[in-house]
Design a protein around this ligand. Structure first.
Ligand code: ZN
Ligand code: FE
Length: 696
């Protein structure tokens, strides 16, 4: 059985109501957006909730972020302190009313209120607050706005100076900002939106949908520098709708499109605690728009892409978390701690897993604190006190260290990174125990069973065990981790391995200065200060650099995204092919040589970019067919962060299907490390090697 997406399941996941999921109640529903009925009330001068920014009903509104304890009833939420007025109480208790048992119910008389603050001056009153925020935004200022799962930083998305200032203050160099629009028509003016993308945009989850920006979008360049995609979401709280509309005291002109980005600095988690906001966001925001409804847990906006009209989760947060995932096989009570970057964890028991919301990169204390608090919260909600802690085998991961520190409470089980990726995919797609799958697990990096860095893996197996059938040939990457930020250095390493001279006719060579080249040459010749990696993620970076597209990156997958989008524009593919050995080792050298020749011959870069994607797909098909013949296997899984690449995913799926394979891709949890946790739980429960980890 396939888990319904939230768009299909709608509000059926209400706590005490009937559930259409049919197998497991979801006691904690996700936060959902305002529905059209509300929006009508919001702008109806005759309605008693006209312009009330906390309008809500039984079906929609804040849930996950305001529930403190179960069952989900008003006294157990953060609105417990707001005593309902007589009119609201009547609606709340009348079974015929559509606000019957709407727990966060509120009105102007009894609900929470917004407050605006700038330079120590405070103002309140909904209309005054909204007018001040609109005026600030129109002036090009940055406003921290408290939303459902935390504070968002808002700025006029058409004002380059404002967005650039936001980048500087947030220490965010190039990583794209998401934008918020009032409606679908505005989204269509910014980007191309097909019908599946439109459905995702207006779904109750209101995720950020990655769309192809129009040339005449009017967006400031600083919104997504050099990136042809833009993340767009529709307003999802009543306040958002009010911000995009004219009201009492509103300035004549206010921005039709807003940058809306998580309230944080660089890789820290989103700010959601009112006690923190001045310290954390004071240096970034010119003014603060806050309210007195407490957020119990942080929850970032979700991000999706669409592949062949199906939602591919990139980041799972608001609107989705904590929807449960039905497991095909039962597991003991387990806490799966997830990975290191884009962390989400999961608690699981029996045939249900509850993946957490996106928490972020574990390398800072703020995220670790959010992780600990969220683990405690999930444990409390679901009564799953993990007897088992499933962890990534990487000895350096903070999540694993955290589990080791708490090892008295549970048995710690190491799970190999890529096995976890594959098991996550298999679990969300309901692959039964004992059924074997061919897994193409392509990502940036993960700790291999041999202690090396893996990332271009062809695995065969099930929840119990996988065999590493093949992989991208091992490459020496100079400078270890810093290679990831410098695709031109990795490109030089690949040229070296492929026997291509570092001549200045190649953009990657020009991108490295003499000193850098000398150091690299010495490191590669003597294999010093190098790490061995089989990462396909890095190979995408290499190709982007070889084509002169991107030599240094400031956020993960920057070069790979640009390569994908360039390839999309090609009208033909330049032919390239990997060499695949009998032992399943995939040699990229012929591809690297072919690209170097193409670049020197002045071949259209887009054609080479597409040719590279097709070569990867061709190699996948060749390997899958060999395995299929040897083992009589017909199901192929595509997982790992590289499969956020929609073009690759689409081409690979089509080609494999053409050869008779059934192809599984992600629909519920992300293919990146944000989706690791449920696979960890499955492998920890069913894996053959249940060895305790060696202490790092
Ligand atoms: Zn009221
Ligand atoms: Fe990974």
């Amino acid at each position: 059985m396939r888990l319904p997406s939230i768009a299909e399941s709608g509000f059926c996941i209400a706590a005490s109501g009937p559930t259409e999921l049919g197998w497991q109640p979801a006691p904690v529903p996700p936060d959902t957006a305002v529905c059209d009925d509300w929006v009508r009330e919001l702008f109806d001068p005759a309605d008693r909730r006209h312009r009330h920014p906390f309008i809500t009903c039984t079906n929609w509104g804040p849930r996950f972020t305001i529930i403190k304890t179960l069952p989900y009833d008003r006294p157990n939420t953060t609105v417990a302190g707001f005593e309902l007025c007589a009119a609201c109480r009547e609606e709340h208790t009348d079974p015929a009313n559509r606000r019957h048992h709407a727990q966060p119910l509120a009105c102007m008389q009894c609900g929470p209120t917004f407050q605006y603050e700038r330079d120590g001056q405070v103002c309140s009153g909904t209309d005054a607050v909204i007018a001040r925020v609109q005026a600030d935004l129109a002036e090009g200022l940055i406003v921290a706005i408290k939303g459902l799962g935390g504070y968002l930083l808002a700025a006029d998305a058409t004002n380059d100076a404002a967005v650039t200032r936001l980048r500087r203050r947030k220490s965010r160099v190039d990583k794209p900002f998401a934008v918020m629009v009032p409606d679908l028509d505005t989204a269509r003016r910014l980007a191309r939106v097909d019908s599946a993308e439109a459905s995702a945009l207006v779904s109750p989850a209101r995720p950020i949908v990655l769309l192809r920006t129009r040339a005449d979008s009017g967006l400031a360049d600083a919104v997504a520098p050099g990136n042809p995609l833009v993340g767009v979401m529709l307003g999802y709280t009543p306040l958002h709708h009010l911000l995009f509309a004219s009201g009492p005291g509103a300035p004549e002109r206010f921005p039709p499109v807003l940058v809306m980005t998580s309230g944080n600095v660089a890789e820290e988690p989103i700010c959601f605690d009112d006690a923190d906001v001045h310290r954390r966001l004071g240096p970034i925001a010119d003014s603060i728009c806050t309210h007195d409804r407490v957020i119990d847990a942080p929850c970032d906006d979700s991000i999706v892409r669409l592949v062949d009209d199906v939602e591919l989760p990139i980041r799972r947060g608001r609107g989705y978390a904590p929807l449960p995932v039905r497991l095909p096989v039962a597991v003991p009570p387990t806490l799966a701690v997830g990975g290191e970057i884009k962390n989400t964890f999961a608690v699981a028991a029996g045939r249900t897993a509850w993946p957490s919301q996106h928490l972020g990169d574990m390398g800072n204390l703020e995220t670790l604190a959010a992780f600990e608090a969220s683990v405690a919260r999930f444990t409390r909600f679901y009564g799953v006190d993990g007897a088992v802690a499933a962890v990534d085998a990487h000895p350096g991961y903070h999540t694993r260290r955290w589990a080791m520190q708490h090892a008295a409470d549970h048995e710690v089980v190491d799970v190999q990174h890529h096995h976890a990726h594959l098991a996550s995919l298999m679990a969300e797609r309901s692959v039964d125990a004992g059924e074997s799958v061919i897994g193409f697990v392509f990502d940036g990096t993960g700790y291999g069973a041999d202690g090396a860095l893996w990332g271009g893996e062809i695995l065969i197996g099930d929840y119990t065990e996988v065999e590493r059938w093949g992989h991208l040939r091992e490459m020496l990457l100079p400078g270890g981790d810093s290679a990831a930020n410098n695709p031109c250095r990795t490109a030089l390493a690949h040229l070296f391995a492929a026997g291509v001279e570092w001549s200045e006719s190649l953009p990657s060579v020009v991108a490295c200065d003499d000193a850098e080249r000398r150091v690299l040459a010495r490191q590669l010749a003597m294999s010093t200060n190098c790490v061995t990696s089989t990462s396909i993620g890095r190979l995408f970076d290499v190709v982007a650099s070889l084509l002169g597209l991107r030599h240094r990156i400031t956020y993960e997958a920057q070069a790979a995204i640009e390569l994908e989008v360039l390839a999309e524009t090609a009208d033909h593919a330049f032919p390239l092919a990997f060499l695949i050995d009998a032992d399943g080792s995939i040699d990229p050298s012929p591809v690297v040589r072919g690209i170097a020749e193409a670049v020197r011959a002045g071949v259209e870069p887009a054609a080479v970019a597409l040719g590279f994607h097709e070569a990867v797909v061709e190699a996948m098909v060749t390997c899958a067919r060999r395995i299929g013949d040897e083992r009589a296997l017909t199901v192929v899984g595509l997982t790992g962060g590289v499969f956020q690449n929609v073009l690759l995913s689409r081409l690979a799926t089509a080609a494999l299907r053409e050869h008779g394979f059934e192809v599984l891709t992600h629909r519920v949890v992300p293919p990146n490390d944000g989706g690791l946790a449920i696979g960890q739980a499955m492998v920890a429960a069913h894996g053959r090697e249940r060895r305790g980890p060696q202490c790092a």
